[in-house]
Design a binder for this molecule. Sequence first.
Ligand code: 13P
Length: 251
Amino acid sequence: MKRREIFAGNWKMYTTLSEALELVKGIIDGLGNIGSREVIVFPPAVNAREVVKACGGKISVGLQNMYHEKEGAFTGEISPVMVKDAGARYILIGHSERRHVFKESDGMINKKVKAAYEYGLEPVLCVGELLEEREAGNSEIVVEAQLRAACEGISAEQMKKMVIAYEPVWAIGTGKVATPEIADSMHKSIRKVLAALYGNDIAAMVPILYGGSVKPDNIAGLFSPEDIDGVLVGGASLKAKSFLDIIHVKL
Ligand code: 13P
């Protein structure tokens, strides 16, 4: 079975409402026929509803973060119910900036994954090692531990709706992209962990995206290996032209 191909743009803390709408328009205008490829954008939550409307079903929308509780006295947080209510389909969980800047633990990330399924959102779970962990030869061990912790208590049936993004922390926003060989070997090791947890059939279904300094000039190499099913793009997704060049790779 052919796996889903996903091209996602994480806008992080960029774009005002007018910039967001202009960006969506630019992407839709240039999209053309992309076959079965799926495009997702992750705008700042405050503009979610308008972005969903502007995407008009041609582009999927996810949000970048949420708290795991349904509601409550959690000043500044947004709940899975609110994410769903805004029209988002996906939720990014465990992005390295959440893990390292905001100190989210594996336990918190697991609660968020569970909450995503409970409220009908599809998680895009991010995993990835730090530079020192790679240099110590521990990349696979670190990513396996992140994966096992995040998926604790998640059923095989739920995993069918999971998307995983491998984002090595040393490649995010640094211009230092992983080689296709590194990315592919990490994706293979992720799929092996999924197979150990859920069996080969489920493992073969889950799309694994690469993220970290993806640009129009390196996408062709990254989108070649059999285990890279798409990309999660930061900086280069903020301009319609460069995001489109990435989406249109080898069409
Ligand atoms: P850059 O593409 O800017 O390196 O960001 C990657 C990322 O963090 C996507 O979630």
